[in-house]
Design a protein around this ligand. Structure first.
Ligand code: NAG
Length: 757
């Protein structure tokens, strides 16, 4: 083989690697740009940006370079003078519509001779600049940019973040600060959730009571909603954005290539409106702006023409404020009880020949869609708008899971994926006890990052309807900007990468490494460092406990004597044997400094630990866990979504533990969860029985009262009994009684950790 052919083969092989985009897997060390660019090639050399360097922009008059200028100034003390002609040894930005690039894509070239950014539109130039800033290296106020060739374009056209300002509102200044960072990470849509049961936040001049009544609530729930009586703070809360402020934010976002989509909720989540205009509700009120969270029965009356008049008037004022092609009309969580009992709604159902209340909701949405279409706008709605028939041109936001998105794409409707299990940033991101109170759930950075938005169930034609991804930031527990920042960052950056970068370029470990390099851009934020968290798992039938970190280059040190781990503590090198009950405290060290939260886990070893469990009914949904988790030595904590609790919706629990041989039993128990605000009710009856042969069981204990709000620990001393099998039965209360959240629906029964001594 000639030398030439060998070279050609090598170039060909490299080309394949390069174009498949799978450069990470080849050990390629790229830049630290987030989102990961489609293609990047490191070159030798660099370019130094100096005070004398000039910047030229051609083909774009409106490009915002504010962030670029500011960042450069912070680093070096200067900003670049503009040149009206192309510059050599400088920075040239150029729109060239002949380039073979997607909208928003860009080419970025850095060499000793200067920097060029090319794109087919201003959006592309903007994103090229954001990437350029991430390449900056500063030393003694001198900025060097390593030479690179980068060709980049987005995977999804819609890359969003939603922000709920109804439950808590944030200053214009905070929102702008966050918009800067969203733009920096190439997010292009800001979904602004402006109205809800707990407050109306946009000035509507025709309806002054929206400002004086709906924008305020008398007080706010403290902590999570418990069974009555709830605790409230007794403080009036509220406010709204004036139309001038709205225009300001929309323009600010737009300069950063972010489209703002307003959400005006209907027909549900409308209690704040009803408080001001009770004639728009089915019962006529009186109503009050909600003071706690959840789903409320009182919604817009769908039989009343005044409702539509009101909404059309509101939309007439909303439309001119938002250049966006879309308006979000909500559509989620609209209970149908009021409509069911409302003569006007029933009359409408008859007149329009609708099949029940679900079709009445579809009528409602379709009517609003017609109105908005006539004004040149399209609608987006939460996935409930699929029920009763989808409005003709609606885009569906799939939040309850993937199913809504899949169904809508099959119907040839555009879809935005925002499933709560992966993209709701109001969920906890750490299992650490010191975390600020959150809605619930557990959604660590890795889980957000690893979410793949394209449903495999769809064929390529249907997949084209999946337009993008969005992180949702609900603010029930975000009472100030700092709390919000903590929940948003860095998880939204992971979502940005999912939305922009190619699937095959994504690798969590690589993302984390780049995130570390990106911390310099996050300095002004209260961002979470939960990505440092050590996680633990009981393994090998609870014979050992394994610790792990997503940062394999850092070391874990731990103690078993209750002391805070320091540099002198044992270095973790492999699973810790569980021969007795343990309290493990562990800490991650980076360059001899502790980073992140201290990990702490109690392992409770009893005769049941690691023993075989047989369930009569398996759990459901998020709580369909492996039966062995009930004897893994780890007790479910107040974070009910971390995979320890077994949960049954409406049904009863029955489990048998086989101790392996006959033993004398003195104590038996199991924990149950009482979180009525999450539809989780303790059992009606807990019954514990023992047996020597698995045929005849003898009752040894029972309990019917579980009064703790939270984890109820049932640990019963019994008359010593010889047995090999322990059977635990817990009966579900069944249907949630009136007066509790979710009344009339099935109650969850949650259990964890069987203890036998
Ligand atoms: C849902 C509600 C939302 C609430 C959030 C809390 C949607 C579309 N609806 O129940 O109002 O704030 O979850 O996680 O998400």
């Amino acid at each position: 083989l000639s030398e030439r052919v060998k070279w050609l083969a090598l170039i060909f092989a490299l080309g394949i690697q390069f174009f498949s985009g799978n450069i990470l897997a080849q050990g390629y060390s790229g830049s630290s740009i987030i989102p990961k660019p489609a293609l990047e090639l490191k070159r030798s050399g660099s370019f130094a940006i100096q005070k004398t360097t000039r910047l030229h922009i051609s083909g774009s008059d409106h490009l915002s370079t504010a962030f670029f200028d500011q960042y450069l100034k912070d680093l070096s003390g200067f900003t670049l003078l503009r040149s009206n002609r192309p510059v050599s040894k400088g920075i040239n930005l150029m729109v060239d519509t002949h380039l073979k690039l997607k909208s928003e894509g860009y080419l970025l070239d850095v060499s000793q001779n200067g920097i060029t950014v090319k794109a087919i539109d201003e959006k592309g130039l903007f994103y090229g600049l954001q990437s350029l800033v991430q390449l900056f290296r500063e030393k003694n106020k001198i900025i060097t940019v390593p030479a690179y060739h980068i060709q980049d374009e987005p995977r999804f056209a819609y890359r969003g973040m939603h922000l709920d300002v109804a439950r808590h509102l944030f200053s214009v200044q905070s929102i702008k600060k966050w918009l800067d960072l969203l733009a920096f990470y190439k997010i292009n849509t800001f979904h602004w959730h402006l109205t809800d049961d707990q407050g109306w936040r946009i000035e509507i001049k025709k309806y002054p009571l929206l400002q004086s009544v709906s924008a305020y609530r008398d007080e706010t729930l403290v902590g999570h909603k418990r069974a009555d009586p709830h605790r409230f703070d007794g403080k009036r809360y509220g406010g709204y954005y004036t139309q001038e402020e709205v225009k300001d934010i929309v323009a600010y976002a737009s300069a950063r290539q972010i489209t703002t989509i307003p959400e005006i909720e209907m027909p549900g989540h409308a209690q704040a409106v009803l408080a001001a205009y009770p004639q728009l509700g089915c019962t006529g009120g009186p109503y009050q702006t909600a003071t706690y969270w959840g789903v409320f029965e009182d919604v817009f009356c769908a039989g009343n023409e005044k409702t539509f008049q009101f909404l059309e008037d509101v939309l007439d004022e909303v439309i001119p404020l938002f250049p966006s092609a879309y308006i979000h009309i909500g559509g989620d969580e609209c209970p149908k009880n009021r409509w069911h009992n409302c003569p006007k709604c029933q009359k409408r159902i008859k007149a329009e020949q609708l099949n029940g209340e679900h079709e009445l909701q579809a009528y409602f949405i379709a009517r609003i869609e017609r109105y908005l279409n006539a004004k040149g706008k399209k609608i987006i709605g939460w996935d409930e708008i699929l029920e009763g028939g989808l409005a003709p041109d609606a885009t569906v936001m799939s939040w309850r899971g993937l199913e809504g998105g899949i169904a809508a794409a099959r119907l040839k409707h555009d879809v935005i994926m925002t499933p709560e299990k992966f993209l709701y940033l109001d969920y906890y991101q750490s299992l650490n006890k010191t975390e600020q109170t959150a809605a619930g759930g557990y959604l660590p950075l890795k889980k957000v990052y690893d979410y793949e938005p394209m449903p495999a169930e769809l064929n390529p034609e249907q997949q084209q309807y999946i337009k993008g991804v969005q992180a949702n930031v609900w603010s029930e527990y975000l009472s100030d900007a700092s709390k919000a920042e903590y929940m948003i960052f860095p998880r939204v950056i992971a979502v940005a990468e999912t939305a922009w970068s190619r699937k095959e370029n994504k690798l969590y470990a690589d993302f984390l490494a780049r995130l570390m390099a990106n911390r310099r851009f996050l300095k002004k934020l209260n961002y979470s460092t939960a990505f440092y968290d050590i996680t633990g798992a009981s393994i090998n039938d609870a014979k050992a406990f394994a610790l792990s970190t997503d940062l394999p280059n850092d070391e874990i040190r731990y103690t078993l004597n209750d002391k805070k781990p320091d540099l002198g503590s044992t270095k973790y090198s492999g699973p810790i044997p569980i021969t007795q009950s343990l309290r493990i405290k562990a800490q991650l060290f980076r360059a001899a400094k502790p980073v992140g939260n201290m990990f702490e886990q109690v392992i409770l070893k009893s005769m049941a630990t690691g023993k075989k469990v047989t369930l009569t009914h398996s759990g459901q949904g998020n709580y369909n866990i492996d039966a062995q988790r009930l004897t893994n030595g780890i007790q479910g904590s107040y974070l009910y979504n971390n995979g320890e609790w077994l949960g049954l919706s409406g049904g009863d629990f029955e489990a048998v533990v086989d101790l392996g041989e006959e033993k004398t039993i003195r104590e038996v128990g199991i924990n149950t969860l009482n979180y009525k605000w999450q539809k989780m009710h303790p059992p009606k009856l807990l019954l514990i029985e023992v047996s020597t042969d698995q045929q005849v069981y003898t009752e040894v204990s029972r309990q019917t009262v579980f009064s703790v709000e939270g984890i109820n620990m049932a640990l019963h001393k019994i008359n010593p009994a010889k047995a090999r099998y322990v059977r635990i039965k817990a009966s579900n209360i069944g249907i949630i009684p009136d007066g509790f959240y979710g009344a009339g629906t099935k109650a969850w029964l949650l259990l964890d950790e069987i203890i036998v001594n």
